[in-house]
Design a protein around this ligand. Structure first.
Ligand SMILES: [Zn+2]
Length: 158
């Protein structure tokens, strides 16, 4: 009897969960798609490690970035940092999520420098990373950068 009830209710529960997940994932899907569109513009002829990023503000704007390498290797700019710089140049500094897309086999977290850049504006930002074959990882910045450097402005003054 109980088993029959569970068997009858399960498809309903599953369908409701599916609807909720679809509603939630539509926003994430568009941010993910924006990251993959940015990935198509990545300029990484030296490492061939191409990255796209899409940063979302709390008010819903999406700003993208891709990695951009240079013959002088040290001048390379990461996709995440480029997205943040582009957003800041538009007066946008209130971020709640960033999606990262790569051609790699596993979801790639932002490098240490980008974690610090993100921390400047969004210490609690959600970070999602995607591969082309559908693998996904999600972190919060405080998981990836638990002891971020924060300059105390009074430090260094005479
Ligand atoms: Zn980086």
């Amino acid at each position: 009897m109980v088993r029959t009830l569970i068997q009858r209710l399960w498809p309903i529960v599953f369908a409701r969960a599916g609807r909720l997940m679809k509603r939630e994932s539509r926003k994430e899907a568009s941010l993910k798609e924006a990251a993959f569109r940015a990935l198509d513009n990545a300029y990484a002829p030296y490492s061939n490690f191409r990255v796209g990023a899409a940063l979302q503000t709390r008010s819903g704007e999406v700003i993208t970035g891709c990695n951009m390498e240079n013959s002088a290797y040290g001048l390379a700019i990461c996709a995440e940092t480029l997205a943040v710089a582009s957003a800041v140049s538009q007066g946008l500094t209130d971020f709640d999520e960033i999606a990262i897309a790569t051609d790699d086999d596993e979801p790639t977290p932002p490098c240490g420098a980008c974690r610090q850049v993100l921390n400047e504006f969004a210490p609690n930002i959600k970070i999602s990373s995607y591969t082309r074959d559908g693998k996904e990882a999600v972190w919060t910045l405080d998981q990836l950068l638990p002891h971020a450097f924060v300059l105390n402005p009074s430090r260094g003054r005479a």
